[in-house]
Design a protein around this ligand. Structure first.
Ligand code: ATR
Length: 279
């Protein structure tokens, strides 16, 4: 039997087992996807043990995504650029790492807006943390023309702009207005647009009507930020789809088939989230 797992600490709320085990059943593959709670002090020994373990590989979630990047034998170029890994697999006895967060984001946008063209576009991103970094990396690979990176702490946005080069422009929150009128895609990567008492009420009226609006948060499934965008007539991209799409490459690496992201799967995972109210 083929096996994979997700490691994190805590890991009990991870939806990855639900996603991967659903695909295993659907595709008739004799496999199992488990949760492994790995404390930070045990991470290094877990990674060392992977090469001889029965796992074909694993997903990596909080708080290990950055540390693990320095523990594997072969980090790929995405891991090297973003300093973060979420998918480990074995090749020729070596532990290899990639990150699929950026790919998951891009595929989710295309899922909800198949006509969207990244090439030549202007993307405005709110937030400059780890998720933002993974998304910027993928957007640049996709040929976006420029990225406006808006962050509460300007210096963090400037750090990413220096890292990624002249296509990324750092802006403070009070400069957000200048980054909206020409944006083709607006992305919230901060946790600020989630609460119903949303104090992050960015005025979306400056966006052009054709702009697409995405959030990477998925609890609630449609964040207040997305609700406002939807009410204003924008195509919206809920964050749960990113979780589904980022899982595809890992599944293919471990189990040998590329699984489908469907509305049924979205609804299944959405129901689980609605039931627990937890991310
Ligand atoms: P992740 O790795 O998930 O992206 P992170 O590294 O903790 O998470 O980054 C969180 C982002 O949300 C940061 O850009 C943070 O802004 P700061 O760099 O100023 O801390 C942003 N953020 C979180 N809460 C916020 C709030 N209430 N208002 C504005 N930005 C917020």
């Amino acid at each position: 039997m083929l096996k994979a797992c997700v490691i994190g600490h805590p890991v009990s709320h991870s939806r990855s087992p639900l996603i991967h085990n659903t695909w295993l059943r659907q595709l008739g593959i004799d496999g199992l996807y488990e949760r492994q709670d790995v404390a930070p002090q045990d991470l290094s020994s877990f990674i060392s043990s992977l090469s001889t373990s029965s796992y074909a590989g694993c997903n990596v979630t909080l708080p290990h995504k950055e540390v693990v990047a320095g523990l594997v034998d072969v980090p790929d170029e995405r891991v090297a650029r973003t300093g973060s890994a979420n998918t480990l697999f074995k090749r020729d006895g070596k532990i290899c790492a990639t990150t699929t967060d950026g790919e998951g984001f891009v595929q989710n946008v295309l899922w909800r807006n198949p006509g969207f063209s990244f090439s030549g576009s202007h993307v405005t991103i709110l937030g400059a943390g780890g998720s933002s970094r993974a998304i910027i990396d993928e957007l640049l690979l996709r040929g976006v023309d420029r990225i406006s990176l808006v962050n509460r702490t300007l210096s963090r946005a400037e750090d990413l702009a220096n890292l990624f080069g002249p296509k990324v422009k750092a802006l403070a929150l009070d400069q957000v207005k200048e980054a909206l009128p020409t944006a083709d895609l607006l992305v919230n990567t901060t946790s600020a647009g989630i609460a119903s008492t949303d104090d992050f009420a960015i005025d979306l009226s400056a966006l052009k009507p054709a702009a697409t609006v995405a959030d990477i948060n998925y609890v609630p499934l449609i964040t207040p930020f997305l609700q406002r965008a939807s009410a204003a007539g924008h195509v919206i991209v809920p964050g749960l789809g990113m979780l589904l799409h980022q899982a595809v490459t890992g599944f293919e690496l471990w189990f040998g088939q590329r699984p489908p992201v469907t509305e049924d799967l979205y609804n299944l995972v959405a129901a689980d989230i609605t039931g627990t109210g937890k991310p």
